[in-house]
Design a protein around this ligand. Structure first.
Ligand SMILES: Cc1cc2nc3c(=O)[nH]c(=O)nc-3n(C[C@H](O)[C@H](O)[C@H](O)COP(=O)(O)O)c2cc1C
Length: 413
């Protein structure tokens, strides 16, 4: 679950309590995982100033998700916990060791959402003049994951022998350097901690450009996509499964999940009213959508006539997202009004929405949904205690976890 526009924005935003309530609720509801989105910059791409974003708490203030991982793990028993990291800014050794430690400490319950980061401002926070070019970022991300996988495998699973008789804690024959020298990274290895219990953490990513899809198909256990139409979702599934086969992988070895943010009500009429109210609010402020998109693409949409035909926009940021955005109309006002983030139009009673979700997933051939939305306790309760039991009644989600570790649960259902 990620923050929507406006962030969590409560008085206690810096405290972990809301996130811990979320984790407990999702664990009780037997979710696969909770994903914590992240970025590391304050945008100023809309109107050339940070004001618009800061005043609305868009992307800042935002804390690093990593410290929440052990806290959430302590509050839960089975839920997978997936922080986001940037392959453009983390050194692979640092990330591999951090995730191995977390996987060891949680008994195999962590994953990692790999993003390449999209903003020049983020790159400048890490010492670059500008951001690395989009396709090179994905080449870099691919090698980043390759180095991490080598590091996680640099200790055999049975390297720690704790053999008192032979006075040996680790069997040295089961630990070796990786000696990686590539195009972007060099790392000698081995890691200085044991192999993570899952072999490696669950690997997740959400890039939707051709390069993003290729990266996903090469390495990932989970790929997430945000499409607002069933045809696009079906095309994405077929394309990704084709790419998996090209990498010699079982097309079912990677779970494909789609973004949705349903609106629930006690009755269908109440849900429709809530949904329509959200639509009216969104249509009344197209600049909110344009500012959000400016933060993802580094394009200052405030400089363009909102009612003129669309210019030939190009981005070094989120290319897949920009492409979908611009396909929604012929002026900025139209695309802002028509823009949908994933399947955000589903509404009705819990039972009705559960039925729609089951039907769509059957039709597109995917593996599940990732639920997003502004994080509030009301939304958590609606999803975990309202929608989930309705999905369980239909037999389309689990009613109990079968395994101790995250990947085993993920692949079992
Ligand atoms: C559900 C979801 C979560 C995402 N989380 C993040 C995130 O936390 N940080 C980030 O920089 N990008 C995030 N992204 C953006 C993707 O990593 C990617 O940049 C985007 O989908 C555009 O694809 P492309 O980079 O292949 O053009 C997310 C995308 C989706 C659909």
């Amino acid at each position: 679950m990620e923050d929507g526009v406006g962030g969590t924005s409560g008085r206690d935003w810096a405290q972990p309590d809301l996130h811990l309530d979320l984790a407990r609720a999702l664990d009780r509801a037997c979710f696969d995982f909770v994903l914590m989105e992240d970025s590391s910059f304050v945008p100023d791409s809309f109107g050339g100033s940070m004001d618009y974003y800061l005043e609305r708490a868009m992307r800042a203030s935002k804390n690093d998700p990593m410290p929440l991982v052990p806290l959430m793990a302590q509050a839960t028993k089975h839920l997978g916990i997936v922080p986001t990291i940037s392959t453009s800014f983390y050194p692979p050794f640092l990330l591999a060791r951090l995730m191995a430690t977390l996987d060891l400490m949680t008994g195999g319950r962590v994953g990692c959402n790999f993003v390449t980061s999209t903003a020049a401002r983020a790159a400048q926070n890490y010492g670059y003049d500008d951001h690395i070019e989009h396709d090179s970022r994905y080449a870099m991300a691919d090698e980043f994951v390759e180095v991490c996988l080598k590091l996680w495998a640099s200790w055999d699973a049975d390297a720690i022998v704790m053999d008192r008789d032979r006075d040996r804690f680790v069997d040295p024959s089961k630990v070796r350097p990786i000696a990686h020298k590539g195009r972007f990274f060099t790392s000698r290895g081995p890691m200085n901690t044991a192999q993570p219990p899952q072999g490696h953490p669950v690997l997740v990513q959400a890039g939707s450009s051709p390069q993003g899809r290729q990266f996903g198909a090469h390495h990932m256990d989970v790929v997430i996509a945000a499409y607002s139409g069933v045809d696009q979702m079906r095309e994405f599934c077929a394309d990704l499964r084709r790419r998996l086969v090209q990498f010699g992988r079982d097309p079912r070895s990677c779970k494909i999940m789609f973004v949705t943010s349903p609106t629930l009500g006690e009755t269908n009429a109440e849900a429709r009213e809530r949904y329509e109210r959200k639509q009216i609010a969104a249509n009344a402020s197209p600049e909110l959508v344009l500012a959000r998109m400016a933060g993802l693409t580094d394009i200052d949409f405030s400089q363009y006539d909102i009612d003129a035909p669309l210019a030939d926009f190009k981005t070094n940021g989120q290319q897949g997202t920009l492409k979908q955005f611009l396909a929604q109309g012929s002026t900025l006002r139209e695309v802002a009004r028509n823009y949908r983030y994933g399947l955000d139009h589903l509404h009705g009673t819990a039972d009705s929405v559960a039925g729609q979700m089951a039907e769509i997933m059957e039709e597109v051939g995917g593996d599940g949904f990732i639920l997003t939305g502004t994080l509030t306790r009301r939304y958590i309760a609606e999803i975990a205690d309202g929608l989930t039991p309705a999905l369980q009644d239909r037999g389309v989600v689990r009613t109990a976890y079968e395994h101790a570790q995250f990947r085993d649960n993920l692949m079992a259902f």
